[in-house]
Design a protein around this ligand. Structure first.
Ligand code: WTA
Length: 654
């Protein structure tokens, strides 16, 4: 996008604009102006209108202990009440809340009334085990009805949940249980994926034996695959047994708006994953506002977010946002490629999905599948129910955007390219589907009320057209509250001194279009990689590699990848001689599997190269920029005169 280039804008269809929550750009600008003129009023009015409060709040924003901001702090509410009871009370009891489609295609519909009863039974079971307000509960479950029930049940009794993605290893699970000092672990015997039954409980069992998990008093196990499962007497209970004699009624725990609804661990540039702590009131408010503004959710919609509940997208757009809005949503257990690459499109057709939200990586891989196998090309399916599409997790390349628009959206559905993060809790930069002219590859303009900007190293805003650092200038209700157990790290990571502690540092680079001010995200500016929309810290992978007995040193960088956005490349120095040929191939396999076991399969390096040493400056710093060039296969253009051992570049070229 620039003056010289002709920009092609895509406009939302008339029909959608007419009925949209944010209808036309004037409406969008009016909302932004409302927030500019009266910031607290903007959020406060919506918090009153959209949430049911047990005790109303009198103060909207408390900045007295910045950057530990508080929103609606003296108000009390319950998130599960807001998602379930009030919909039932409004007469939506028989409306379908969840359409669960299992890996094998079996469909289960759960009404709001039924979901409330399931949540209440499990909430009572947890209470019966002594789990109470403020306790942490770790949930290690596949995509399932019980996953949503468990999250809602924790919210109901005021327990703070922490979901660990089912693809994470026992070590990763252990680390999170220990950091959160969780009292209970909810898991399942196994999970179905792509026609296979995979074990889960043994991984959980192993985690609990690795040390540091003594706080866990109860393990609750959902029966999913029916595989034999080791149950430890006095500690382990079947989910169905725990719920069997429980009442359908459970008085919610009314909590302060700031009460931590959940902790979600995510990767940072240094050290171990950080526990991002979210609130109850502010978080739920913006989960709802994102559903309303960005997805224009209507009572008749069938909403499908394909994310896993293990990521923030699955929190905001499966467990909470859609339910708080009384929507009908899909929960999908399986994978997009089973039984064939038409699974997503067939499900959209069968369930008459109207709003579909997925990640660019999924789109790119399905483009490939459709090209290779015309029988599962989206044109084979009736996708006419769709009216709106969304993208999340990584930048979407214009070619994928256009394919998504043409072949999935039939040229009539706006695509909301939603930029946000685990830390932001809800959308922060995104088109409004009934207003914003879209440009492929740009997440366009800030969500109403969000004051996003692009600044230089001193925190000064740079002119449009010039790249810089993405920041948010004012606190917002759904923002991260702190890093669990580490408030200092919270301050340092997100409100650094470079910006006098006044700007929220997103960790991404961005550039605004010279004409429109549209934002384009240019990628992370720290050592965080984005592989298939999953955040991975390079340090985490390096630590896993050096924990292997053969490895002396390792450096990990990202390289652009057509399919996964970024791919992980590891440069490794072994304790023994530098291997070549078959020996190198065998060690590469061994190290990939090792990382898979240490962190999880998503962290496996795609490319591992061995050197006798790593390129370092005379002062001993690894030259990462140089490694990134090598990883990409670029000619090395960096000045290497300070390099101690220039010959090793040849070894690392790959
Ligand atoms: C990236 C996922 C470009 C970005 C919700 C961010 C995006 C990180 C987009 C957060 C987008 C997310 N365009 N980049 N629409 N959405 N990202 O915490 O680098 O898993 O900082 O949250 O993903 O990843 P997280």
């Amino acid at each position: 996008m620039s003056n010289e280039q002709q920009v092609h804008y895509y406009y939302p269809p008339e029909e959608l604009v007419k009925n949209a929550a944010v209808s036309g750009m004037d409406a969008y600008h009016a909302l932004c102006k409302e927030a500019e003129d009266d910031y607290e009023g903007f959020w406060g009015r919506r918090a009153k209108a959209l949430l049911d409060w047990k005790e109303p709040f009198t103060q909207v924003l408390d900045e007295s202990n910045a950057p530990f901001f508080k929103w609606f702090a003296d108000g009390k509410l319950n998130v599960s009440y807001n998602c379930l009871d009030r919909n039932v009370n409004k007469g939506l009891g028989d409306k379908v809340a969840l359409i669960f489609e299992a890996d094998n295609g079996e469909v289960t519909r759960v009404s709001y009334k039924d979901l409330l009863a399931r949540v209440n039974r499990f909430a009572n079971a947890l209470r019966g085990m002594g789990v109470k307000k403020g306790d942490r509960v770790v949930i290690y479950l596949p995509m399932s009805i019980e996953g949503v029930v468990a999250m809602q049940a924790c919210a109901r009794i005021g327990a703070t949940h922490s979901i660990v993605f089912g693809g994470f290893s026992s070590q990763a699970l252990r680390d999170r249980i220990e950091d959160a000092a969780a009292v209970a672990l909810i898991t399942s015997d196994g999970q179905h994926r792509g026609g296979k039954a995979l074990p889960l409980k043994p991984i959980a069992d192993e985690a609990l034996t690795l040390g540091g998990c003594d706080t866990i008093k109860n393990v609750i196990v959902v029966k999913r695959t029916g595989v034999d499962c080791n149950m430890v007497a006095g500690r382990d209970t079947w989910f169905h047994d725990a719920c069997a004699d429980q009442s359908d009624v459970c008085e919610p725990e009314w909590v302060e708006a700031e009460h931590p609804l959940f902790i979600l661990y995510t990767s940072g540039s240094t050290g171990k994953p950080k526990g991002v702590q979210h609130s109850s009131g502010g978080y739920l408010l913006q989960a709802m506002m994102s559903m309303q503004f960005s997805f224009d959710i209507k009572p008749s919609d069938v909403f499908w977010c394909t994310a896993d509940i293990g990521w923030v997208t699955g929190h905001t757009f499966i467990a909470y946002g859609p339910l708080a809005c009384g929507a009908t949503e899909i929960v999908f257990e399986g994978v997009p490629t089973y039984p064939d690459g038409g699974r997503f499109w067939r499900m959209i057709q069968d369930h008459k999905v109207t709003v579909f939200y997925t990640a660019p990586t999924a789109i790119r891989s399905l483009i490939k599948t459709a090209d290779n196998n015309p029988s599962v090309h989206p044109r084979q399916y009736d996708l006419s129910s769709l009216r709106l599409l969304g993208s999340v997790g990584e930048p979407i390349n214009p070619a994928a955007w256009e394919w998504y628009y043409e072949h999935i959206g039939g040229g009539r559905c706006p695509i909301v390219d939603t930029f946000w993060q685990t830390e932001t809790g809800a959308h922060v930069i995104t088109p409004m589907p009934g207003a914003t002219p879209m440009v492929p590859g740009s997440c366009t303009l800030p969500f109403p009320g969000i004051q996003a900007a692009v600044v230089d190293e001193t925190g000064t805003e740079v002119p449009w057209g010039q790249g810089g650092i993405l920041v948010i200038k004012r606190p917002w209700p759904a923002m991260i509250r702190t890093i669990w157990n580490d408030p200092e790290r919270f301050k340092k990571s997100y409100f650094p001194d470079d910006f006098q502690g006044k700007l929220y540092l997103a960790g991404d680079g961005a550039i605004r279009d010279v004409d429109t001010g549209y934002f384009t995200i240019t990628g992370r500016i720290d050592d965080v990689l984005n592989v298939s929309g999953h955040r991975m810290g390079t340090m985490e992978i390096e630590s896993a590699l050096v924990a292997h007995e053969k490895v002396a040193e390792a450096a990990v960088v990202g390289r652009p990848d057509d399919l996964t956005g970024e791919a992980i490349v590891a440069f490794v120095v072994l304790k023994g001689p530098r291997p070549t040929g078959d020996e190198a191939a065998a060690i590469i396999k061994e190290l990939q599997n090792w990382v898979g076991r240490e962190i999880g399969p998503i962290a496996k390096p795609k490319d591992i190269r061995f050197g006798e040493n790593l390129p370092k400056t005379r002062s001993g710093k690894i030259m990462r920029r140089l490694l990134r060039q090598l990883a990409k296969g670029d000619d090395v253009i960096q000045d290497i005169s300070t390099l101690e051992n220039p010959q090793i570049l040849e070894q690392l070229k790959g």
